[in-house]
Design a protein around this ligand. Structure first.
Ligand code: T1G
Length: 695
């Protein structure tokens, strides 16, 4: 008898219930349990119909990803689906929560599917660098048509029950307990003597696209439009296309071949690593077991500027009401106006429902005066990025905030301990470093102060997840994790301009690697005047960057920076004026320019960052190498199919990286490029960063 699948009888209906927390993934035991359960019901003459349902919070969420890369165990998912599909008795999938990947593929093997109204159904395999490998590329087109199928499979995004019903993916939306709804549907199907619907035999929805291939090819092209460097979406579209030009069985073979190629490829390994790393990051190390987050009912955000507004929108997007506090009506009005404009623009392009802007703005209450924080359980400060102002705000928060409120600062690099010292409650103070635009970027660095209490930390992690952010706990240092590594890269980028390269060459190497924007285009986006002001405050000269700012070229905001921007476009155009300025400045300094290879640029963009990542691990600013990868994947556009800088370092080989860093340290007379002791040790021992996580 299966530990994870139970079969019970309700008169003539057999209910096969999967109970394998946390998400009823299709482990070998679950697959075997379902197959045996269906076979036993099939063999029992008194059973006239079969329902497959799940206990817990969700229907089957897919194949068990932890089994990937291990020797396959029977029965395969294909075999389980065949048992179901070939049953002479109707099999009904009763779906709740999410039916994803192999879970939906199993449901597609059933003769009927019903779902609760909040259920979501999808084939997200491309997000793991895979494609549906158990017939989904062939059964889904037969359920909803090839156009919708290729869009769902290439995009990897689930649809809701209503959309599924409208497109014929499910037969009915059910209320209450899924098994009860499934049983009721089964009885109805029996009473109506409904013919068993085997999707593999039903090509009716393929006819239009078979007659006019452009129906499929246009949908496939549209679905792949924003794909940059990912293999899986292209392979997935190819697999679905075979529903139109091959027999079902032949197309299954093609699907298998394409699936195995992806499974064994580098991209999927990186994407599966990223999936687990994101979840690992939310497991905070160094807090006592059982530490619970504090209850957060009321949230207050201080500052309605770009960051405060974006953070407020993140809460509103998650349906959580927030109080937005400013110092004056004018600032408040401006901030609320910008949010309204953003929501309206998104709704206008169909990104959110037409009624969403009003609903979400309705969750944001603007008030003037810090005393309005008194009922808040969590307060997030997002005021001007200077220590003096932050200290002043936290001094006041200490007066107004209720005991036990978590006081978070959104600072991107200032010292949290110094800010905490402005209060009598440093245990409640921490950083929640959001990334601009805060309503879009998923990363939230949770900065742990020296005195931050474990439950305060867990509160920030939990609330970050609630607003669909990806939290990573980091320690206090200049730039925490992401910006500190970015600074190491930026130093080399700037050096290249003095040594012989131009901005467009450096940026092209970085974007070719798969990062959406290079360092110079990023500088233009953020505004070059910010760095210029900070250099002047610290008495630091940088001849080229200073000359650019002295020419009034602050980046996109002034239409010119390292690049020029024409006709209101934000796309960077190389500017001969800059090339001339760089050449003149380096000539004035008596520097001899040289040709620099793209290979050298790539190594000096990536390896110093990796070296800084190793220092961050040595200093315990990050708990795991995978936490550093999550920061870069979700905060800086690192390509998901390369796993993150530390994963990438392991794939390149730490010995090579250490050797190259030593070489560049001598070539550029920059001892800071020498491999840090941790990197040196791992390289000498032939180990990887991943080996650190294994303890
Ligand atoms: N396999 C194994 N473990 C999984 C899992 C899976 N498919 N999905 C989730 N988990 C673990 C996760 O690691 C975490 O573990 C816990 O469950 C809760 O997850 C043949 C080949 C279902 C929407 O891609 O999208 O089917 O950290 O924190 O936020 O064609 O999990 O607690 O130890 O994410 O409520 C396709 C992946 C697989 C779905 C729930 N399926 N999962 O989100 O919880 S490939 C997927 C999710 C496949 C077939 C192909 C989400 C969720 P721990 P969580 P959540």
């Amino acid at each position: 008898m299966s530990e994870v699948v139970k079969v019970e009888r309700r008169d003539a209906v057999a209910i096969v219930t999967v109970n394998s927390p946390p998400v009823n993934a299709l482990s070998a035991a679950v697959r075997k349990g379902i197959a045996d359960g269906v076979k036993s019901a099939q063999a029992d003459d008194s059973v006239k119909a079969i329902v497959i349902a799940c206990a817990g919070r969700t229907f089957i969420a897919g194949a068990d990803i932890t089994e990937f890369g291990k020797p396959p165990q029977s029965p395969s998912l294909h075999e389980v689906i065949e048992v179901i599909e070939n049953s002479s008795k109707p099999v009904v999938a009763a779906i709740h929560g999410t039916a994803l990947g192999g879970g939906l593929e199993l449901a597609l093997g059933c003769h009927f599917r019903v779902a609760t109204k909040d259920a979501k159904l999808g084939l997200p395999e491309v997000k793991l660098g895979l494609l549906p490998g158990a017939g989904g590329t062939q059964r889904l087109p037969r359920a909803v048509g090839p156009e919708m199928a290729v869009t769902m499979i290439v995009g990897g995004n689930p649809i809701g029950a209503a959309e599924a019903l409208k497109n014929g993916l499910i037969e009915e939306i059910i209320d209450g307990e899924p098994a009860v709804g499934g049983e009721a549907f089964a009885r109805k199907a029996l009473a109506e003597k409904r013919p068993l619907r085997k999707l593999r035999d039903d090509d009716s929805k393929l006819a239009a696209a078979k007659a006019d291939k452009s129906i499929f090819t246009n949908a496939a092209a549209a679905a792949n439009k924003r794909n940059r460097g990912l293999e899986a979406p292209l392979a997935a579209a190819e697999a679905v296309s075979h529903s139109l030009d091959q027999s079902f069985d032949q197309a299954l073979k093609s699907e298998r071949e394409l699936f195995l190629k992806l499974m064994n490829g580098d991209q999927s390994k990186a994407q599966r690593y990223a999936f687990f790393s994101e979840r690992e990051a939310a497991k905070v190390s160094g807090v006592p077991d059982g530490t619970k987050p504090r209850d957060v009912k009321q949230v207050a955000i201080i500052g309605a500027g770009t960051m405060g507004g974006g953070i407020a929108m993140s809460f509103a997007n998650a349906g959580i009401p927030v109080t937005l506090i400013e110092t004056g009506d004018e600032q408040l009005k401006r901030g609320l106006g910008i949010m309204q404009k953003n929501y309206d623009a998104t709704a206008a392009r169909g990104g959110i429902p037409a009624d969403a802007p009003a609903k979400r703005m309705g969750l944001i209450t603007g008030v003037v005066g810090l005393e309005n924080v008194k009922d808040a359980d969590l307060i997030i400060e997002a005021v001007f990025e200077t220590m003096a102002i932050k200290k002043e705000v936290f001094g006041k928060l200490d007066q107004y905030a209720k005991p036990g409120a978590v006081l978070a600062t959104n600072t991107s690099y200032l010292n949290i301990n110094e800010i905490a010292a402005m209060t009598k409650r440093p245990q409640d103070v921490l950083g929640m470093h959001f990334f601009s635009p805060a309503n879009v970027m998923k990363l939230c660095e949770i900065v742990r102060g020296e005195k931050t209490a474990p439950d305060a930390l867990m509160t920030a992690v939990a609330i970050a997840k609630r607003i669909a952010k990806v939290p990573v706990v980091v320690g206090v240092c200049d730039g925490f994790v992401g910006n500190r590594m970015l600074a190491a890269r930026g130093k080399q980028a700037e050096k290249f301009l003095f040594e012989g390269a131009l901005p467009q060459q450096v940026d092209a190497v970085v974007t070719k690697f798969g990062i959406p924007m290079g360092p110079f285009a990023m500088g233009d986006l953020a505004g070059l005047d910010i760095g210029w002001r900070s250099r002047k405050d610290r008495g630091i000269k940088s001849e080229i960057a200073d000359a650019i700012c002295e020419a009034g070229r602050f980046g996109q905001k002034t239409g010119k920076g390292y690049y020029k921007y024409e006709g209101g476009s934000r796309s960077p155009l190389p500017d001969p004026e800059i090339d001339k300025l760089i050449e003149e400045t380096t000539a004035k300094l008596g520097l001899k320019r040289r040709q620099i290879s793209d290979d050298e640029i790539l190594e000096r963009m990536m390896y110093p960052m990796i070296n800084e990542g190793a220092r961050i691990l040595e200093e315990k600013i990050a708990a795991r190498p995978s936490d550093i990868d999550v920061v870069w994947l979700y905060g800086y556009g690192w390509p998901i199919y390369r796993g993150g800088p530390m994963f990438y370092a392991d794939s390149v080989g730490l010995k090579h990286i250490a050797d190259r860093l030593s070489f560049y340290a001598k070539q550029t007379n920059d001892p800071s490029l020498e491999p840090t002791p941790l990197l040196k040790r791992l390289a000498d021992e032939g180990k990887t960063f991943a080996s650190l996580a294994k303890g």
